[in-house]
Design a protein around this ligand. Structure first.
Ligand code: HEM
Length: 365
């Protein structure tokens, strides 16, 4: 139920121990008035600082304002604790085509390539801005997104959104490794908070030499909605499921080893095993901080659950990290028979907000 600190060198919601619930939303900017966008980012930041502390989105709140005016908080989180709410903002590639920002677009924001097997739907991909709201109570996460959308009325409109449950990665060694909807422990060999500044600077945070200056201390987020064909998966024998990942289902141990955290010996796994193909040593030492969530968005009208993994991964440079790993996976991963990537997003996640006078993206605008 505790509050997570909103201000800091980095945005919260990245190395913060992954909460149980996600509400992710992508927005399109619908104004060409730059001042309005900047004002909205100021208002968003102020509201986020309040909501992550467990307070109403606006000063007057849900019930203390003028009876003649709509309340400046929607009210559904009244009485609920902060629930470790974090609100993390990102800027999409299309934003840099607007407002004269083209020369400030990071090189790292060059479009992701099309990968073999991709079935990306444009209407649930891309966007000018994104918000990742994570909390241990779904109502708190939804409340945050809803109020930011309300504050953004006339400036942004919701392009698509995704709810997630049951985090599929641990981002701290203090957390037990959760399971994805294929039943496997997910996040064993993730980048974690406790990996220390040196490793996180190397793989996660944008460094002064990387440029642009406004992104230093920030990170890049890749979002992929990955549908699982779980009915086919559920008819696959246990031994085959384990060979596909290269790990055991119960303990999560790498093949040929006894314990979850034993060092994987890749030579003991098939060449097409997910863990072998995704391993840093197969991809020029590329590492990711994965922070994804399970989803079940009802059924697909064909007698199947519309279920999967909303994959979220943070990194210092997506073209040196996500892209080579996903290239390896798209080329050979035996898991591909059971999954489809249906949406894609690339986001520049600026550094943290320094204090009450600062706002998200202040160095960009
Ligand atoms: C490892 C599942 C997609 C990158 C793993 C593990 C599982 C898993 C069970 C082993 C435990 C662990 O170390 O976390 C899945 C499922 C996916 C999926 C079910 C799709 C539905 C992806 C994608 C990427 C990725 C799209 C990146 C492009 C990795 C990496 C590791 C990993 C880097 C750690 C490899 C290592 O260092 O041993 N995944 N994954 N995964 N996965 Fe995935």
């Amino acid at each position: 139920g505790d509050a997570v600190e909103f201000y800091g060198a980095h945005q919260a919601g990245i190395t913060t121990p992954a909460q149980d619930r996600l509400h992710f939303v992508a927005f399109d900017v619908i104004t060409d008035d730059r001042a309005k966008l900047v004002q909205m980012l100021r208002d968003w930041t102020a509201a986020a600082a309040r909501m992550t502390a467990g307070r109403d989105a606006g000063l007057l709140g849900a019930v203390e304002g003028q009876p003649e005016a709509p309340p400046d908080d929607t009210g559904e989180a009244l009485g609920l604790p902060p629930s470790a709410l974090t609100i993390t903002v990102g800027f999409g590639p299309s934003l840099f085509a607007k407002f004269g920002l083209a020369d400030r677009k990071p090189k790292a924001m060059a479009d992701l390539p099309r990968f073999p097997g991709d079935t990306i739907k444009p209407e649930i991909s891309g966007g000018d801005l994104c918000i990742q709201a994570c909390a241990n109570d779904p109502q708190v996460a939804v409340h945050a997104v809803r109020n930011l959308a309300r504050i953004g009325f006339g400036v942004v409109s919701v392009r698509y959104s995704q709810l997630g449950f049951g985090r599929t990665s641990s981002t701290s060694t203090a957390q037990a490794t959760p399971r994805n909807l294929m039943g496997f422990k997910d996040g064993t060999r993730n980048l974690k908070l406790e990996d220390g500044a040196e490793l996180l600077d190397k793989h996660l945070w944008v460094q002064p030499d990387d440029g642009p200056q406004w992104m230093v201390g920030g990170s890049y987020l890749v979002s992929r909605r990955i549908r699982m064909i779980i009915e086919t998966w559920d008819r696959t024998p246990l031994a085959e499921q384990e060979t596909i990942f290269g790990r055991t289902k119960g303990e999560g141990a790498p093949m040929g080893k006894a314990k979850e955290f034993d060092e994987p010996d890749l030579s003991l796994m098939p060449e097409e095993a997910h863990v072998r193909l995704a391993h840093p040593s197969s991809n020029g030492d590329a590492r990711l901080l994965r922070r994804g969530y399970n989803f079940v968005d009802g059924s697909d009208g064909l007698g199947r659950l519309d279920a999967g993994l909303f994959f979220l991964a943070y990194q210092r440079d997506p073209h040196k990290q996500f892209v080579p790993v996903q290239r390896s996976l798209a080329r050979a991963d035996v898991l591909n028979e059971y999954i489809r990537h249906t949406s894609s997003g690339l986001w520049a996640v600026p550094p943290g907000v320094k204090g009450p006078e600062d706002f998200w993206g202040s160095a960009l605008f």
